[in-house]
Design a protein around this ligand. Structure first.
Ligand code: NAP
Length: 288
């Protein structure tokens, strides 16, 4: 595993982390299947936990979850996976905009700590910008959480450049270390403004849905990556992830409940597309 520095800190985080959206609870398509009294699909959850644990063994020691994922159940699944190895893992979670008032952020962080069964959250992120609560109020709570030792670093997610600047300006003692945004070969919207701004200001980009929710593996996309797959002996997923982590300042958090998916994704590491091929891959998926 390779690492990148998180924001302006001296902390190194793995260039590939494990996304935990969809882990825990039920998939909406599963409603109606046989479950226990808490509406939990135990077999599915066992697989989620196994996959996270296997990821940690492989060096994928950065895990991203959120209070909103499966109503907190995703955080409980992560807790189960990191049990006995908390110190090896960098845990990122998020607070949902409904809870952006000062009091509710403090409450949400405490609830996440409890569900995750940890003493401190390594990276606490505002999940989406709020349309109602002033960012100054939310950031005041985030700084209090740092002061109280409940969270180590402050991150944002889905913030535009303007929203990022505004958020930075309200902080008095801390820096925003990361912005978690959608980024993949199939969605390169951040390249125009957010990515250059974050690079210039040392804010790490955490790419969500880096596999375009699995679409990269589908035939229409993989056939366009076939020349590179043939040349490097890598799958389309491995090519797409390798391209993504070649970007300065950027890490990615693919989600894999299936261990075979995790193992395939792990094959994106420890080799590099040449500069020429990075350019050719980009040209194949041109942005307007
Ligand atoms: P993703 O990582 O792009 O794709 C996940 C999907 O791809 C899953 O269905 C997974 O299947 C499948 N997959 C994984 N590896 C594969 C492989 N090698 N071949 C074929 N299919 C594969 O999408 P995502 O889960 O939306 O995003 C990743 C993480 O980003 C989330 O888990 C979450 O932590 C974060 N996220 C954040 C936000 C935000 O607003 N901040 C929004 C969305 C997501 P299996 O699970 O069945 O293995």
């Amino acid at each position: 595993m390779d690492y990148k520095i998180l924001g302006k800190t001296e902390i190194k985080i793995p260039i590939l982390g494990q996304g935990a959206w969809g882990m825990g609870g039920l998939f909406s398509s599963q409603i109606g299947i046989s479950v226990n009294s808490n509406n939990i699909d135990i077999e599915k959850e066992k697989k989620d936990i196994e996959s996270l644990k296997k990821g940690i063994k492989l060096g994928w020691t950065f895990i991203d979850t959120a209070e909103a994922y499966a109503e907190g159940r995703s955080e409980e699944i992560v807790a189960e996976a990191i049990k006995d190895q908390r110190d090896e893992v960098f845990i990122a979670t998020k607070v949902w905009p409904n809870n952006f008032s000062y009091d509710n952020i403090i409450k949400s962080a405490n609830q996440s700590l409890k569900r995750l069964q940890i003493d401190v959250i390594d990276l606490y992120q505002l999940h989406w910008p709020s349309k109602t609560v002033p960012i100054k109020e939310s950031m005041k709570a985030m700084e209090q959480l740092v002061k109280d030792g409940k969270i180590k670093h402050i991150g944002i997610s889905n913030f535009s450049v303007e929203q990022t600047k505004e958020a930075q300006e309200t902080l008095t003692k801390n820096e925003i270390v990361s912005n978690q945004v959608e980024y993949s070969l199939l969605n390169r919207n951040i390249e125009k403004e957010i990515m250059p701004y974050c690079e210039k200001n040392n804010i790490t980009i955490i790419a969500w849905s880096p596999l375009a929710r699995g679409k990269i593996a589908e035939t229409d996309v993989s056939s366009r990556l076939k020349p590179f797959s043939d040349k490097y002996g890598k799958t389309s997923i491995q090519i797409a992830l390798n391209w993504l982590i070649s970007k300065n300042n950027t890490v990615a958090i693919p989600k894999a409940s299936k261990i075979e998916h995790l193992l395939e994704n792990d094959g994106a590491l420890n080799w590099k597309l040449s500069n020429k091929d990075l350019e050719l891959v980009e040209n194949e998926f041109k942005i307007d």
